[in-house]
Write a new protein. Structure first.
Length: 93
């Protein structure tokens, strides 16, 4: 679950810096920065508007993006046949 409300509260109510917020929430500095940028772009400040629920807040900030727990970037695999032939022809000293 995203900690958007906590990030906004720590920034605007307590005036903490992004590094302090990242440490406090146990998330990366880039994530904190992204949340704050999205809030500014969406025109959302603190305190949050009355009646703005968690789902509506996320919809305003992230649109239809779902939370991806443990999303892993897929890297392309090297050409193992080329690697094998290249290492086979190399002599060791």
């Amino acid at each position: 679950m995203r900690k958007v409300k906590e990030v906004l509260r720590l920034r605007f109510e307590l005036g903490l810096g992004q590094r302090q917020i990242a440490r406090s929430c146990g998330m990366g500095l880039g994530t904190v920065h992204e949340y704050l940028e999205r809030a500014v772009a969406a025109g959302i400040g603190w305190p949050l508007p009355e009646g703005l629920g968690e789902e509506e807040l996320e919809a305003k900030l992230f649109g239809n993006q779902s939370v991806q727990a443990g999303a892993v970037r897929q890297r392309s695999q090297p050409d193992w046949n080329t690697m094998s032939s290249a290492t086979a022809t190399t002599s060791s000293i």
